[in-house]
Design a protein around this ligand. Sequence first.
Ligand code: HEM
Length: 460
Amino acid sequence: MVVRESLSPLTSFLVGGIILATLYLLALRLKTRRARHKIIKQRGCEAPPRLPLKDAFFGVDGIYDALRAARTKTYLDYKRSHYALHGNTFSYKFSTLSVISTIEPENIKTVLSTAFKDYVVGAPRRNAYLPLLGNSIVLADGAQWEHSRALLRPSFARSQVSDLSMLDIHVENLIRTIPRDGSTVDLGDLFLCYTADVTTDLMFGESIQSLSRPEAFQTNLMRAFRDAQAGAVRRFRLGSFARFVPQSTFYQAVKQVHTYVDAHINRAIKQHESLKQSLNDSGREDERYVFLHELLKVTGDGEIVRNELVAIFFAGRDTTSALLSNLFFVLARNPRIWQRLRDEVNQLQGRKPTLDELKTMKYLGSCLNEALRLYPVVPASSRVALRDTVLPEGGGVNERSPVFVAAGSLVVFHYFALHQRKDLWGPDADEFRPERWQNEKASWVMLTHLSTSMICANAY
Ligand code: HEM
């Protein structure tokens, strides 16, 4: 005899609901698959080579290798070896993300320019840096990004008309700190102090003055800057596994950086009203350019101001100091280039240059470009696909077919590997040769990189 037990109404409702939801999800998946298949067929997409990882689902071995390479300071070589083995575009898994890694200029141009609207900065960068940089321009997307740019544009615009005299005292401090007795000096540390001094002066109207107080380099604050930045980079490399590792040093450093910046902001907010009043009364403009004061003219929200200031501090300080360090590293090893640069500088006959004169110093410009090419201070970047889209190159056996990029995929580009491609730069791509910049055509490969860098200096 068969006993039929009827299901309770609640159970029937739940079971029915689960079945319907499953069917709905399956239908949705099928629809997505069909739509993707159509794009792949229409655009002639082919898959790029796949990075062979032991853990094909989450790429845990890849994450472990990347962290180990970072710890042993061989990360760039580690990444370069992937391009050498698998070509200029390849794919892999990184925790739950599908990644496409590329050093094809056309692909980078597509992501950052022609198909800009198909991509966002996305969760990987945002999650890693949010505790430090908040909702600032470097983590923002869409309307929020446009809002940040509109907010910052007037402050950057005023900085461009300012003269170079603000830098004088810091350059003098820098030169004074370099020993004259022929002893060895680590210019890298001094440049980091120099850019910290300049950036804080420019941002707050009050420099941290680490060059005139060498012990300041070892202060908690300087350590906090370093730990906060290093912690955020590590969080990015760990991806969604970051939450499983201890991060107290990172959070303490972030707190210290914020406390330092907040103190300046709170003081400036208090001063702002009285300053505005006195400027109105006297009918003149605030003479000394201070980024924080410019920002307070457009918003009085302390948190917004702090986020943008911290982001600009980190975007501006390390990039500039790394560029200076790299440039002097190569100049110290190239007496011919050093002499040619000195000849150009000597045309000033000991005078300080004006901004316009600086812009006409062609060989200096070529040396800076070449240092940025060989040692890009922003060595890599990435974007997440907002919708299904296509990269123009990198698929198939010859790597010339378009590559399908599913919504949610991370596209990573490594400038340090792109800038050393011999097929693009010639057989001497590994060499520091500023003269290559005197040939205008040489600059197109860097265009994609530099056009974004130019945002920092010019586009505001
Ligand atoms: C050698 C010097 C520099 C280089 C090579 C450089 C490079 C770059 C690059 C490649 C990006 C785009 C990153 C991305 O993919 O999202 C960027 C963004 C940015 N940089 Fe720089 N940068 C330099 C100096 C500076 C300085 C001095 C400042 C500020 C004082 C600055 C502020 C910014 C800001 C605010 C952004 C975000 C722009 C946006 O999303 O609209 N950078 N930089």
